[in-house]
Design a protein around this ligand. Structure first.
Ligand SMILES: Cc1cc2nc3c(=O)[nH]c(=O)nc-3n(C[C@H](O)[C@H](O)[C@H](O)COP(=O)(O)O)c2cc1C
Length: 162
């Protein structure tokens, strides 16, 4: 017995367990951030991360005009931040102000989400359009350890804290 059942690719992909992060950007006028689950490390030397972002996001439009972005890896008590940054658009509001979040200011003016498990400042190196998203690659130029919280995960459309 293999244990496999046929499933559409869309449904089967939901069985990949992802971390939950907030991707942040400062374009010199405004801060913004959006929740992203499609985030991973792809190289050790140099340290490179990859995030998958739809061009529909306001964050994407802002990212096109900057050199650096932030990645805050969320912990188990940050579901509220994840839901807010992942459902509202920064096109119409300042999400930081609305949630009364005082960002931790990291290198190059990149705002990070306080209370996260880890935070990274990445320098954009490359972007590749694939289907309806862009894979954005960034070299980690500054890294922070945050809380010792259990990381927040996303699996089968639900948050998990295993
Ligand atoms: C748990 C979760 C994971 C998400 N992951 C992604 C992702 O990996 N890539 C993406 O483009 N959008 C993702 N989103 C959707 C964006 O966070 C959402 O559209 C956000 O409101 C965009 O904000 P913006 O318009 O200010 O950029 C996710 C949302 C949630 C709640």
């Amino acid at each position: 017995m293999s244990g496999f059942k046929p499933l559409s690719p869309g449904s089967a992909l939901g069985h990949i367990s992802h971390p939950v992060a907030i991707i942040t950007v400062n374009d010199g006028k405004n801060f913004n951030g959006m929740t992203a689950a499609w985030v991973t490390q792809i190289s050790i030397k140099p340290p490179i991360m990859c995030v998958s972002i739809s061009p529909k996001r306001h964050t994407w439009a802002m990212l096109e005009n900057v050199e650096y972005f932030g990645v805050s890896m969320l912990g188990k008590d940050q579901e509220e931040e994840s839901n807010f940054f992942g459902s509202k658009s920064g096109r119409k509001m300042d999400k930081f102000k609305h949630m009364a979040i005082e960002p931790f200011m990291a290198a190059h003016g990149v705002p990070l989400i306080p209370g996260s498990v880890a935070g990274f400042v990445c320098r954009k190196t490359h972007q590749v359009e694939q289907g309806d998203h862009y894979a954005l690659f960034g070299e980690v130029v500054e890294a922070w350890k945050g809380t010792d919280n259990v990381p927040l995960n996303f699996f089968r459309s639900k948050y998990r804290t295993w």
